[in-house]
Design a protein around this ligand. Structure first.
Ligand SMILES: Nc1nc2c(c(=O)[nH]1)N[C@H]1C(S)=C(S)[C@@H](COP(=O)(O)O)O[C@H]1N2
Ligand SMILES: [Mo]
Length: 250
């Protein structure tokens, strides 16, 4: 009895091996034929027609989101530096209490929203790896995560506010402050950022929340956001007051 059972299972095994090997050969043959077919197709703008059609289709979908928006160049996560430079500590006083911190949004006169870090983290997360450029002349490829300001504004019903010309951001101690034009603030790569290299922001890099705005120089990437307000006039800006360009665009 046991001998017979063994024989059957061995036969069964052989059959299975033959089937899976044949499937393997057929798939390879199909892949080779597909590749040859693709390269016999006429080219449209330096891509085989079927590929160009897919690209055009993608472009149609994405240009709907990104029209009028020039995206900053992005990099793979592996290109990001591990030891991120710390630069500037204006407005980062030592007595800051991160545990009781809440983001203040001046929605309307007399109407201030108080939002916790957990509430911000519950919104859709976006990551970006880009070349962070300081006006002093250094740059480094860094990896950040947070919520797009545009997603945040939608979630908190700030649509009428985002029709204004500028956004102002201030540290909790009011020692550092920046003004950002609305198109840059609503740019799809602009983040209210709470992560660096996949971990919570280090304190000297702006924990609990900082601005990441790849279309601007480093001076605008305010660390440790205390409050945000909206205005049709240019908000006060720390480095503008010290002789730098207000827009500081890249
Ligand atoms: N609160 C605060 N944010 C700040 C600054 C600062 O002095 N204080 N310096 C800015 C400048 S000039 C640069 S280049 C970047 C540096 O960010 P990092 O320290 O994470 O590299 O932060 C910006 N945000
Ligand atoms: Mo900077």
């Amino acid at each position: 009895m046991p001998l017979k059972e063994e024989l059957i299972s061995e036969k069964h095994l052989k059959k299975k091996t033959v089937i899976s090997f044949s499937v393997f050969i057929i798939l390879i043959a199909l892949a080779v034929m597909g590749w040859k077919w693709l390269h016999k197709q006429p080219e449209v703008a330096a891509a085989p027609k079927p590929i160009r059609e897919v690209l055009n289709y993608n472009e149609k979908i994405f240009s709907g989101f990104y029209s009028n928006n020039k995206l900053s160049k992005t990099y793979p996560v592996s290109a990001a530096v591990k030891n991120v430079r710390v630069n500037g500590s204006e407005g980062m006083s030592k007595d800051f209490d991160a545990l009781t911190w809440k983001l203040k949004i001046a929605a309307k006169p007399g109407d201030t929203l108080l939002i916790t870090l957990d509430e911000i983290k519950a919104l859709p997360k976006t990551e970006i790896v880009f070349d962070f450029k300081c006006i002093e002349g250094w740059s480094q490829i860094t990896h950040w995560g947070g919520v797009k300001f545009s997603d945040f504004a939608k979630k908190y019903n700030l649509t009428s506010q985002t029709q204004m010309n500028f956004v102002g951001l201030i540290t909790p101690d009011k020692g550092y402050y920046v003004g950002i034009d609305m198109p840059a603030m609503m740019h799809p790569q602009t983040l209210l950022c709470y992560e660096m290299n996949g971990k919570p922001l280090p304190v000297n890099q702006g924990y609990p929340l900082r601005l990441i705005i790849p279309v601007k120089y480093g001076i605008k990437h305010l660390k440790r956001i205390g409050s945000i307000f909206f205005s049709n006039e240019r908000p006060a800006d720390f480095w503008y007051e010290r002789g730098y360009d207000y827009y500081a665009g890249l």
